[in-house]
Design a protein around this ligand. Structure first.
Ligand code: NAD
Length: 381
């Protein structure tokens, strides 16, 4: 019987787990056994008994490694921690987030098939497996909740016997999955919300969420790198300057700024400078969700709250892990959907053809080699 195994995540601050009880029963219906390292769900608030109640087997780490056909992981495990996996075992999960070529080489040396689910294309077929979206959605929510707790004001307008408190103003920069959820959350909490992006199509999405678009028109020559697959490209200096002027005037009036802007394969674009922070009101809060990719905000520090000109800058690292229970459920469902798509029900076996568009996109290592073009060593000249 095919077995999927889950280990305790070892990365610091990582509270999520790649399997949850609801998903154990889904795997069981396919005929796949689930092995859970004892204590793997504890940090996400899931005791061993909850896994057992749905049919999982709790095992020591070494047994999970020895018996796994598939190992699911939230974050890339170190190859040294995977000794005992059989050659050909599939490792699936968030393996490309901090892509480390040496680690990927280590997976090749183990003879396993490592698959990075962040590399799935943004297509309709892959939507239900998309770990970037499921986790970014929660991070966007958490960014606003965090800003609200740091802010020395309340978000909704309040009419009290002692006077009226006006609603706080929140500005979201970067309207991808995280940004859209940040807008929706700030609106639910009663703030007056505005947002910006470089992709013109987001204007309509911003309006549909009841927020105000703040846009610098894109002119010929503004985009420096090609944008593919719905992602943003890098912008010209001219655009950046015009956007900076527009944003400077706007953020000076805001209580909360949430930045989420990313450009695939490049450092995060710098959107807020020290001079712009100086123009904000003391006590305002900026949450930089791009801090792990270099940050959108000058002075933001990974995992810390920095203070500049009386403004708090939260360098929010791994926002989804703060909501480990829900984040794990969504992550585990993404993993289930990925496996289920390649499960041959009649033969009760995983069939993952190398020429399938999704497998091609995610497969890092196979047959002892790094096979993904993004991570393969350059051929010798
Ligand atoms: P992302 O995390 O790569 O970037 C976040 C946002 O930052 C993007 O909206 C981007 O345009 C914006 N940005 C980049 N540079 C900027 C700048 N200088 N100023 C302001 N904003 C800037 O984005 P994402 O959340 O991964 O979404 C990327 C795309 O993928 C979107 O088009 C989204 O709709 C699409 N998507 C599609 C699917 C699907 O069809 N399966 C699933 C998820 C996302």
């Amino acid at each position: 019987m095919t077995a999927i195994a889950i280990l305790t995540e070892k990365a610091e601050g990582e509270h999520r787990v790649a399997m949850t009880p609801t998903n154990v029963s889904r795997f069981a219906k396919l005929g796949i056994a689930v092995l859970v390292e004892s204590g793997a769900g504890r940090a996400a608030g899931i005791p061993d008994e909850a896994f057992v109640a749905q049919g999982a087997e709790i095992v020591p780490r070494a047994d999970a490694l020895a018996r796994a056909d598939v190992l699911a992981a939230v974050r890339a495990p170190e190859p040294a921690d995977l000794q005992g996996l059989r050659a050909g075992t599939r490792l699936i999960g968030g393996l490309a987030r901090y892509a480390d070529p040496a680690r990927i080489q280590g997976y090749a040396a183990l003879g396993i098939e490592a698959m990075a689910l962040e590399l799935l294309p943004r297509t309709t077929r892959a939507q239900s497996m998309d770990i970037l979206s499921s986790q970014a959605n929660l991070a966007g929510y958490h960014a606003v909740v965090r800003a609200a707790t740091e802010l020395n004001r309340c978000l909704p307008m309040m009419t009290t016997a002692a006077g009226t408190i006006p609603a706080a103003k929140a500005f979201v920069m970067g309207v991808g999955v995280a940004g859209l959820q940040a807008i929706a959350t700030a609106r639910r909490l009663g703030a007056v919300v505005s947002a910006t992006d470089v992709r013109p199509e987001t204007r309509e999405q911003i309006v549909s969420l009841g927020a105000k678009p703040v846009f610098e028109e894109i002119r010929d020559g503004d985009m420096v790198t090609a944008a593919a697959g719905g992602y943003a490209g890098e912008m010209s200096d001219g655009y950046r300057q015009r956007q900076a002027e527009l944003v400077s005037n706007h953020i000076g009036t805001q209580d909360i700024v949430v930045t989420t802007a990313l450009i695939p394969g490049r450092p995060a674009p710098r959107l807020v400078s020290d001079a712009q922070i100086a123009a904000m009101k003391p006590g305002s809060v900026i949450v930089d969700l791009a801090v792990e990719n270099g940050g959108n905000v000058e002075g933001s520090v990974l995992g810390q709250v920095a203070e500049r000109h009386g403004v708090l800058i939260v360098g929010l690292a791994n926002g989804a892990a703060r909501l480990a229970f829900d984040a794990s459920n969504l992550f585990a469902r993404n993993c289930y959907n990925f496996i289920e798509a390649f499960w041959d029900k009649s033969e009760k076996a995983l069939k993952m053809p190398a020429d399938d568009q999704l497998i091609e996109a995610v497969l890092l290592t196979q047959g002892g080699r790094v096979v993904h073009p993004r991570f393969s060593p350059a051929p010798a000249a």
